[in-house]
Design a protein around this ligand. Sequence first.
Ligand SMILES: C[S@@+](CC[C@H](N)C(=O)[O-])C[C@H]1O[C@@H](n2cnc3c(N)ncnc32)[C@H](O)[C@@H]1O
Length: 234
Amino acid sequence: MVLTRSQARTFYDRFGEKQDAQGFYEDAALGDLIAHAMFEQAEGVFEFGCGTGRLASRLLANHLPASARYLGIDISQTMIDLAYKRVSPYEERARVALSDGSMSIPLPDCSVDRVVSTYVLDLLSETDTDQLVSEAHRVLTPNGKLCLVSLTKGKGIVARVVSGLWSAIFRLHAPVVGGCRPIRLESFISPQFWAVEYRNVITQFGVPSEVLIARPVLNAQQDIEIGRAGRAHR
Ligand SMILES: C[S@@+](CC[C@H](N)C(=O)[O-])C[C@H]1O[C@@H](n2cnc3c(N)ncnc32)[C@H](O)[C@@H]1O
């Protein structure tokens, strides 16, 4: 069973900056995401479950244009306090906010060009993940990108053993593994709504992570509406 929102909040309020120590298995996958998500061309980034703000500060310092805006939300006040310190040098364009844990993204339609979430979908229920992915589709601009990283199931022997053990521990007592379990991101990305631009599985210290970048596919009605809006601005 996945953690309830209140259990997730309590866990991450206590876990706090220990989250950064997970970099030993996360960093290679995060590096792969950054290498393929073209953050240099982004104007607005939204991050769901920003944690300590480690990725945000890396993006703001090294990858985003100086004019790009960033908004991160998290269910844990401890995480938001830590993230606030990390993004405060960029306070004119970067903001973090405490959320109630719901899947709604507090942004208008078509308003950001990157929706990022790393090592968060693996602790959400399938229903919540579907809802978050659909919210991402709503807020992304037509050329925007959904940028995800998550624990996944491994292919090599070591990765299969590690992800199998991880899943077993999750089933026994989810808080031991922070409520996270290996999932397959691609299974939440319907080809009707998304075009997958990049997908990779990276294993670091035996722990496999899936990196997935997808852009929204517009239906005919949305194409017409965006065309109309574009013409109205000319
Ligand atoms: C495993 S940590 C990952 C943090 C960060 N994204 C990273 O890669 O280091 C999961 C994060 O998701 C947050 N989280 C869990 N459930 C959430 C929800 N329903 N809404 C927003 N944040 C949530 C937790 O508080 C925690 O900061």
